[in-house]
Design a protein around this ligand. Structure first.
Ligand code: UT7
Length: 320
């Protein structure tokens, strides 16, 4: 048995912030952002938190799968921007959708989170522990961005994507994940500090800090490396893959991957222009768009690959 995605859904908050909007408070311009990143706009949440976005995406995925929430045995939310330190966003979703037989927990693997979640449920399904899972990538990174730092805040957007996964004969062929914690300072966000009345300070919350060029160098090397590894380990020809769904971080990273992998851009779908980088949500949002507009056909071979803070990376090869 393996994991098969049987339903997919996505949700982004209503408010759209264009590059032009950013110029009202930031020393930047539309041409620079488009040229250096491929981004034209992003969704920014003004009222809904990560759990609310995740819940809406989950409801859509469940409707698409045509199952009852009570059939779900495990809910995993991959997020780096939960509304609260605890309980988990997954517990919020479980309660909101009525998945009353499910165990629920969050994972943090930054932009690789959706692939990590798929990797985890694949293990549970192969082991025969669970048959039906709900995995979600959801972020409201807008609240941890330093909106005065033009080299990072222009990149990110809010959103959520969810998938119902069920044990089946075909589906995920292989997942491959990895981490390098020695590079944990390249992209990070400090949580609540140790300061309190005993240490003599005031608790503080940090903002995202990013060494953009280091992340860029890592991504253009790692994405082709893991895609090649998963093709090789599964004995799959690159031409046999219909779509390469790569984490939407920067159009230049996608183009570099296209060159290095010798895969044409028409096999590497792009929606970063409208969403920016939605971190753990980027791959399921893209999957949802492609499912709804008919680009995904049952039986297609897909490769998904993500990378992000940690550093983390992950890839999956599956039959749709
Ligand atoms: O999910 C993973 C998340 N992170 C990433 O994927 C980040 C990967 N890295 C990147 O996407 C790119 O490194 C950035 C888009 C962040 C930056 O692009 P870059 O081509 O590496 O630019 P840079 O940092 O080398 O900056 C070039 C110039 C600098 O000016 P000077 O020093 O040459 O005068 C920056 O100050 O561009 C300037 N700059 C900007 N100008 C206008 C940086 N940000 C902006 C901006 N608008 N928003």
């Amino acid at each position: 048995m393996t994991a098969r995605i049987i339903g997919i859904g996505a949700y982004a908050p209503e408010q759209v912030v264009t590059n032009q909007d950013l110029t009202k408070f930031l020393d930047t311009n539309d041409a620079w952002i488009r040229e250096r990143t491929g981004i034209g706009a992003r969704h920014v949440s003004t009222s809904e938190g990560t759990s609310a976005l995740a819940t809406e995406a989950a409801k859509r995925a469940i409707a698409d799968a045509g199952i009852s929430p009570e059939e779900i045995e495990i809910v995993i939310v991959a997020t780096s921007s939960p509304d609260r330190a605890f309980p988990s966003a997954a517990a919020d979703v479980q309660g909101a959708i009525g998945a009353k037989h499910a165990v629920a927990f969050d994972i943090t693997a930054a932009c690789s989170g959706f692939i990590y979640a798929l990797h985890i449920v694949q293990g549970f399904i192969q082991a025969g522990i669970y048959k039906t899972a709900l995995i979600i990538g959801a972020e409201t990174l807008s609240k941890v961005l330093d909106w005065t730092d033009r080299s990072s805040c222009i990149l990110f957007g809010d959103g959520a994507g969810a998938a119902v996964v069920r044990a089946d004969e075909t589906g995920v062929v292989k997942t491959l994940v990895g981490s390098d914690g020695t590079k944990n300072d390249v992209l990070y966000c400090q949580a609540r500090s140790l300061e309190n009345c005993l240490t003599g300070g005031k608790p503080e919350l940090g903002f995202m800090q990013m060494d953009g060029q280091e992340v860029f160098k890592f991504a253009v090397k790692k994405v082709p490396e893991i895609v090649n590894a998963i093709l090789e380990e599964t004995g799959t020809d690159r031409e046999a893959v219909q779509h390469y769904l790569l984490h939407q971080a920067n159009i230049r990273i996608l183009e570099a991957a296209s060159r290095r992998l010798k895969v044409p851009m028409d096999k590497i779908p792009v929606n970063i222009e409208r969403y920016g980088n939605t971190s753990a949500a980027s791959i399921p949002i893209l999957l949802d768009e492609m499912h709804r507009d008919g680009r995904l056909k049952r039986g297609d071979t897909l490769v998904m690959a993500g990378f992000g803070a940690g550093l983390t990376w992950g890839a999956a090869l599956m039959t749709w």
